[in-house]
Design a protein around this ligand. Structure first.
Ligand SMILES: *Cc1c(COP(=O)(O)O)cnc(C)c1O
Length: 225
């Protein structure tokens, strides 16, 4: 792993560039517990993990005041084990998954904070609601019978490319969707405030386009093993 000093310096540098009101998720997937501890000791409190098993193993080894975000593709059969652990599930990529999270949350008598993941990237492999699906979901008020879900905003990834104009357009599209969905959904979900976009390679662009939560991994922790 990177040295604790390097992790701390990487973190401080990114934080110094983030405007007020923009929060940082340190994406710690595949990173050892000691790397997370180094970031924690430097003041970081929000960490992102992409696998249920890995998250469940790490939680008891680290301080209890960490706010864990789940950011990976979530399989239906893993939902039950996950509910109640993360502060936010950012990667809800289908209505079916939303329904399962709602049911499992009801069984545990909790309300689960989630973001809806939108797919705008020009890649086949990424998960999420297409813009059309998202707007239909909202217009047809499919969100109304989810008593154990708190929809807090949107999450998206841009196309993985060096073409910054392409990346900017992706973020712009998500920001437009965010405003549109927000106008409809706020009366039911007043916490719909979070726009999560931007990773190590593109977070400055995402912030310019209105992101208020960025998910940065390798630029803090170095490469993943
Ligand atoms: C891994 C991951 C990140 C962080 O990626 P980096 O390029 O290492 O910053 C952000 N968001 C999601 C959804 C991820 O899976």
């Amino acid at each position: 792993m990177e040295s604790p000093l390097a992790i701390s310096e990487n973190l401080q540098k990114i934080l110094s560039y983030l405007p007020e009101g923009v929060e940082l998720v340190a994406v710690s997937k595949f990173q050892p517990v000691d790397a997370i501890k180094a970031a924690y000791d430097a003041g970081q409190r929000i960490f992102g993990e992409s696998r249920v098993q890995e998250l469940l193993e790490k939680i008891p080894l680290l301080p209890a005041d960490i706010s864990w975000h789940f950011i990976g593709h979530l399989q239906s059969n893993k939902v039950k084990a996950l509910i109640g652990k993360p502060a936010l599930i950012q990667s809800v990529d289908s209505e079916k998954l939303l329904g399962i999270i709602n049911d499992e949350s009801a069984k545990k008598d909790v309300v689960t904070n989630i973001l809806l993941q939108v797919h705008v990237a020009k890649e086949e492999t990424k998960f999420g609601f297409s813009p059309e699906e998202l707007l239909r979901f909202v217009k047809e008020k499919h969100y109304c019978n989810l008593g154990n879900i708190n929809i807090c905003g949107l999450m998206a990834m841009a196309t993985n490319t060096d073409d910054t104009e392409r990346v900017r357009k992706d973020f712009e599209m998500v920001a437009d969707l965010f405003r549109e969905v927000s106008a409809e959904i706020k009366p039911v979900y007043p916490d719909f405030n979070t726009l999560s976009m931007g990773m190590s390679g593109d977070w400055p662009l995402a912030v310019e386009e209105g992101a208020n939560l960025v998910r940065v991994g390798s630029a803090i922790f170095g490469s993943r093993y």
